[in-house]
Design a protein. Structure first.
Length: 344
């Protein structure tokens, strides 16, 4: 890793990276996708209950974070002046007050209401001493939205999409984005950045190949493998297979293996992780998606792309869930530390 960092420090000055920030600020960005409220309940495990084969825990405290597309927009908010979110909230337990309190001030929020549904909440129980997750409860209705709601959203998109330089789509597969909405975004977005997530709620039904075109895509290695049913094959060969279908830019995160960027010509650029300690990986992919998308829009250097992605992921993985956002200030501080060590 040291050789990699030294090479990056020689090729790119921090001031070169800073130059992108001025142009980013001027963008009009529309962020579309599923809202998730992350509810973290911190407990102290006490042991096995005497009368039942269950784990007994003692409640300590609770924290709630704005996740899903809310987190993506918050990551973007210190880089971009004008951001609008388009999403759906539940008719029951809408969480609208919490949502509005959680968003940065420069984010406009536009929502449609899904009848008979709650806004999605994912409650995780955490061993407070070790930060280990014990189990999770999900409150959601991920049935597809109905025709009436779909038509209302399509009308909104017809009017709004042409206004934005960049459309950022976070598809978590929780019943919002259907084929009609996908086709509308593909047809009218000037530049479309895409992240399609596989998770325990949608496994097997929410892959990136539901989309026919985009300009930039991020995903983790599993989300790359699953649509092709390639469990053991070489990951670079799978990436090229995906590229051949779309001829667009991909970024694939690989956990401890760093990340991999595939440029417009299908050339692969690998980069190692930049941190040695991880607190929580929940939300790190959202940070990678948000920050790398901005650099992708401005056609940043192919070697810079996976480096910046790993910076964003490294920052995010060192706070719990989506408790904090990757701001411009945090990114610069992280870069300065990297460069300081790389130049020694």
């Amino acid at each position: 890793m040291n050789n990699y960092i030294q090479n990056i420090c020689k090729k790119f000055q921090i001031n070169e990276i800073k130059k992108y920030f001025e142009d980013m600020a001027k963008l009009n960005v529309l962020v579309i996708g599923d809202i998730i409220i992350d509810d973290y309940v911190f407990v102290r495990p006490k042991g096995r209950a005497i009368k039942d084969p269950i784990l007994s825990v003692e409640y300590r405290n609770r924290e709630r974070y704005a996740g899903g597309i809310l987190a993506v927009a918050n990551h973007l908010s210190s880089f971009v002046n004008n951001i609008k979110i388009l999403s759906i909230i539940g008719e029951e337990h809408s969480e609208e007050e919490f949502i509005m309190q959680s968003l940065s001030k420069n984010i406009e929020f536009k929502s449609f209401t899904k009848p008979g549904s709650p806004t999605t909440v994912k409650k995780r129980f955490i061993d407070k001493k070790r930060d280990n997750k014990l189990f999770k409860i999900e409150y959601m209705n991920d049935n597809p939205i109905d025709e009436e709601l779909t038509n209302s959203i399509l009308l909104f998109l017809d009017e709004e999409l042409p206004k934005y330089d960049l459309v950022v789509v976070g598809d978590f597969g929780h019943g919002f984005i259907n084929d009609q909405i996908r086709r509308k975004i593909e047809a009218k977005a000037k530049y479309m950045a895409l992240n399609v997530q596989s998770n325990s709620a949608n496994m097997g039904y929410n892959y990136f190949n539901l989309y026919k075109k985009f300009n930039y895509l991020t995903m983790d290695e599993q989300e790359l493998r699953l649509p092709f049913s390639h469990r053991f094959e070489n990951v670079e060969e799978i990436a090229i297979k995906a590229f051949d279908s779309y001829k667009m830019k991909f970024l694939v995160t690989r956990g401890p293996g760093g990340c991999m960027f595939i440029n417009k010509e299908g050339k692969i650029f690998n980069a190692p992780i930049l941190i040695s300690n991880v607190k929580d990986t929940v939300g790190a992919g959202d940070a990678v998606f948000a920050i790398s998308t901005l650099f992708s829009y401005f056609n940043a250097n192919d070697e810079l792309m996976p480096f910046i992605a790993n910076c964003a992921g490294g920052i995010s993985a060192n706070f719990m869930g989506n408790k904090e956002s990757v701001s411009k200030e945090k990114l610069l501080k992280f870069l300065e530390e990297i460069y300081k060590n790389g130049m020694e």
